[in-house]
Design a protein around this ligand. Sequence first.
Ligand code: FAD
Length: 398
Amino acid sequence: MMRKPECDYDVVIAGGGAGGVGAALGAAKAGARVLLVEKYGFLGGAATNAQVLAYCGFFQQGSKPIKVVGGAADLVLDELRKLGLDCEPFSSPTTLNWIILLEPEAVKLALDRVLADNGVEVLLHTRIAAATRTADKIQSVTLAGMDGRTRVSAKSFVDATGDANLSLVAGVPCRVGDLEGKLQAISAPVRIGGRNQNVPIDREAIKAAFKFYTGLWPSARDDGGIYTEVPNTGEMWWMMFDHQLSDLSSGSFSQAERAAREAAHGYVGLLRAHVPGFERAYVVQTGPQIGIRESRHPAARYELTHEDLATGRQREDGVAKAAWPMEDHTTPGQPIYTSVGGDGWASIPLDSLRAKGLDNLYFAGRTIGADPRAYASIRVMGTAFATGDAAGQAAAVN
Ligand SMILES: Cc1cc2nc3c(=O)[nH]c(=O)nc-3n(C[C@H](O)[C@H](O)[C@H](O)COP(=O)(O)OP(=O)(O)OC[C@H]3O[C@@H](n4cnc5c(N)ncnc54)[C@H](O)[C@@H]3O)c2cc1C
């Protein structure tokens, strides 16, 4: 008779955003039995649940795109290319950084495929709801899904939930926001259809249109916002609504979600009424949820610092590279960029991906250890794939 394995999985990963997908691929490539658990019915994290349609952090800042992220992320880019996205570095005219433009349905399908091809088991519509632990290890997690509650055990776990939801239920101390508890602004990008492609987008006309706004949620941006084309669709992507969240309660999020939807429809109504080319424009999609830049930071063994990034510190224990500038959104709608110094990238050490006091919990994506200013760089999705890849590999050999 075959012996039942001591654990159900080698690695359980909470969250299917860039960090979680990177971790799942990293762990699977290292030979682990991997389960990835995602609360929505699709993967992609902020790219697909909040319309964040550009991968940042793949390239250094500068006149030429120098790539700093590969490994698991390249498997994802290859899959996206098969679905018709060119994945070429695009220099954002508004921020002068190199990004990769996305189309959300391609992201969902590419991630389904790449995880299946690499043998990762995925449970969608399932949330990590609780954890059991000893003094220094997580033993099991409770999954809440369509079939009720089940418990799975694993040798190691990765918290890639963005909001540190696994760490929270495992009793890891968490800082909320910056050192004073202030959170980076939330924002609600929207996709717009029906625009006349033959009429160039007129930023001055967009700015002027906002003089007519009479709704409850005036935009914090006075520059017409950030917009791009969504590849292969004819749609426009537009970020114009930003909001300061005072806390992480469901009540505050509910109010913000309602405000963001009102704003999206109100703002697109302004475009229709006042901006040439938008006469037949409509909201293709908001959400499914508002874009959360910052929430909880679980205690890590090392917090990457602003100085590490400002000086481009390179370390022997580095497992990933941070190259995106520190993009501070403390004031809604008014981002401030501070470049990474040195050679244009800084090392992220393994200790930033390890929980303080728990030997088998790793962090990936925006849960990794970073001080408030360094966090404003490492949270982007390119870097999240890289920290995920490293966390998954480390978890697999723990
Ligand atoms: C408005 C806005 C604009 C941004 N612009 C950019 C940009 O242009 N480019 C860029 O690269 N980055 C951008 N960012 C930052 C980036 O999107 C996030 O920091 C990044 O997605 C973090 O990746 P992640 O995998 O750590 O978390 P996420 O992408 O948030 O993924 C976490 C996943 O975990 C799941 N989850 C949460 N709790 C549970 C649970 N208990 N059980 C199971 N699953 C759970 C969530 O559903 C989600 O799928 C932006 C962010 C915002 C909010």
